[in-house]
Ligand binder design. Structure first.
Ligand SMILES: Cc1ncc(COP(=O)(O)O)c(C=O)c1O
Length: 379
């Protein structure tokens, strides 16, 4: 029997990019011997990240999934508390809600591919304690309206900024609208530490709690082993922070490059029937973490067919997320409501390669294949 040969992908959807100083900083961390979770790169990365995001405090963590778990924990949420969250999201924030024994309450998305602000209030109940915003695919949710709802109903506000570092609403960065925010530095993110994440807040009490609980909730000085709470090991290493610091020095360039890539795709694909571009509201700065398109009926063939054509030419694409209401692991939860928009983009959405080192000529090639497929030349 012939063994299965995985398709060699020439242009992946993403790959990390190292700028100037990452290797030097990692070498310094290694030579200085600070290879675990203490060291100058941790402090430097946290301080500079806070300053970049215009947040008062930033705390490194092992990844965003843990960051979200910890964020809900330190806000004191637990048994049966309801947290409102978009139906269309990567599932890590939903895991974090369930890990804290809270109940996710799902809202459909609007044309920004984020939680539909107009539907949120209909989901607020006596048990609702918080809203968890997820800024999907680089475009921010409309935070002023969400903040107003939180203030009106006395709800806590958590932002998952993993896919949208540097995105803005009305000229203000995301990540400072609520009580606590989380970021991911997984290898496909706009800046990466391999694995890693950050929690930001402007609240000194939340900051102290996060710092303590991410590091075992140790006691102080001679009482170190008298733990003040149930703690976690959600620490980032100094080596990862060294990479992060090098990445952060070029975060503006990385964002600029993502925007350029998106603009080039939109130039080449302009007018192609059945190709819908990602949202870009006038009040928003979309940082285009990925370049996602919707392939609708007008395109003339299925999205899966287009993906197979691209794949045959060595071009990787990814389907959009599977929404919460379609998740096998949530089958036991009686999810209320209708989610037509989230279902639509799930069925019609794919994202194209959009990493920093992607060449303009590669974008042109990808777009030509898409155009030829639409015109039936590849059928
Ligand atoms: C919105 C969102 N939240 C959380 C995560 C989880 O991040 P991590 O891989 O750092 O745990 C991701 C990862 O892709 C994400 O997209």
């Amino acid at each position: 029997m012939q063994s299965y040969q995985p398709q060699t992908i020439n242009i992946p959807v993403c790959k990390p990019y190292l700028w100037e100083n990452e290797i030097r900083y990692v070498n310094e961390a290694l030579h200085e011997g600070w290879i675990s979770s203490k060291g100058r790169f941790i402090n430097d990365f946290e301080n500079k990240f806070a300053s970049f995001c215009k947040s008062r405090y930033a705390v490194t963590v092992s990844n965003a999934t843990n960051a979200l778990h910890l964020a809900i924990d330190v806000l004191g949420l637990g048994d049966g508390d309801e947290i409102i969250i978009p139906d269309f999201t990567m599932m890590a924030p939903v895991f974090a809600i369930l890990q804290n024994r809270c109940i996710p309450v799902f809202v459909d998305i609007d044309e920004t591919w984020n939680m539909d602000v107009d539907q949120i209030e209909s989901k607020v109940s006596k048990k609702t304690k918080a809203i968890m915003v997820v800024h999907n695919y680089g475009h921010p949710a409309y935070m002023p309206a969400i903040k107003r709802i939180c203030d009106k109903h006395g709800l806590l506000l958590i932002e998952d900024c993993s896919e949208a570092i540097g995105a803005e609403v009305d000229g203000e960065f995301i990540g400072n609208w609520g009580n606590i925010s989380c970021y991911s530095f997984y290898a496909n993110k706009i800046i990466t530490t391999g694995e890693g994440g950050m929690i930001t807040t402007n609240d000194p009490k939340i900051f102290e709690l996060v710092k303590s609980k991410k590091n075992m909730a140790f006691g102080t000085e001679q009482f170190r082993f008298e733990h003040t709470a149930v703690g976690y090991n959600y620490r980032m290493t100094n080596i990862q922070a060294a990479i992060g610091l090098g990445q952060l020095e070029y975060v503006d360039h990385a964002i600029e490059k993502k925007i350029q890539i998106a603009n080039l795709y939109m130039r080449y694909l302009n007018g192609v029937p059945g190709v819908v571009f990602p949202p870009n509201k006038p009040w928003a700065k979309n940082v285009y973490w990925v370049f996602g398109i919707l392939v609708t009926e007008e395109f003339g063939c299925s999205m899966a067919y287009l993906q197979s054509i691209l794949s045959a030419q060595g071009i990787e694409t990814r389907n959009f997320f599977t929404p919460a209401h379609k998740q096998p692991f949530l089958k036991g939860l009686a999810i209320k409501g209708e989610f037509p928009n989230s279902t639509f983009i799930h069925l019609h959405g794919l994202y194209l390669p959009s990493f920093v080192a992607l060449k303009d000529s590669e974008i042109e090639d990808i777009c030509n294949i898409i155009k030829d497929t639409q015109q039936g030349l590849n059928r």
